[in-house]
Design a protein around this ligand. Structure first.
Ligand code: PRP
Length: 183
């Protein structure tokens, strides 16, 4: 597949991400300290790295499930139509649920997922996003916990892709196109 050439500049290091996840995991454990079992729901595909690191820091009885949702396809613009491609395996009625998202951009994905899961009457439904780009918001939604608030940059790595590439970078990087005039 031919692609416009781009370079990736490191924006958030693997070490900073790990430190932030450790801090967030204490807050989440405090919130759910009385839970029988917390169901941690990762939104595929972007959250797969984040959820793997987060659950290993969580000192709670945890179960893991995944929802697959998609709004961007291979493009850089949200289609604003969030499709549920794969549902959860189990029931969530009466359960404590934590939704794990990699990034909140326009907010369409998180908002749709929260409505979709709330309709199933979980006991507590909370959300966490590693990254938040509030300047891009079109739907009024904010995760209960956020790792890093970032400016409106195109980011990749730590699970996040550009045309399905770069999800395996251990850090969050900013995509830059050398053929574009710099501001
Ligand atoms: C990306 C990202 C978030 C969502 C955020 O998913 O992983 O889930 O977009 O954008 P929004 O706030 O504008 O809705 P994408 O649809 O690209 O799927 P992927 O996770 O499989 O990469």
């Amino acid at each position: 597949m031919s692609q416009r050439p781009y370079v990736i500049d490191e924006m958030i290091s693997a070490k900073s991400i790990a430190a932030r996840i450790e801090a967030l995991s204490h807050e989440i454990a405090a919130e759910f300290k009385d839970t029988e079992q917390l169901l941690v729901v990762g939104l595929l595909r972007g959250s797969f790295v984040f959820i793997a690191d987060l659950v290993r820091e969580l000192d709670l009885p945890v179960e893991v499930d995944f929802l697959e949702v998609s709004s961007y396809g291979d493009g850089m613009e949200s289609s604003r139509e969030v499709r549920i491609l794969k549902d959860l395996r189990g029931q969530i009625e009466g359960r404590d649920v934590l939704v794990v998202e990699d990034i909140v951009d326009t907010g369409f994905t998180l908002s749709r997922v929260v409505s979709f899961l709330s309709a199933r009457d979980p006991a507590r439904l909370r959300t966490i996003a590693l990254l938040d780009k509030p300047s891009r918001r079109e739907v009024d939604v904010t995760a209960d916990w956020t790792g890093f608030v970032i400016p409106d940059e195109f980011v990749v790595g730590y699970g996040i892709d550009y045309a399905q590439r770069n999800r395996n970078l251990p850090f969050i990087g900013k995509v830059r196109f050398p053929d574009e005039p710099q501001p």
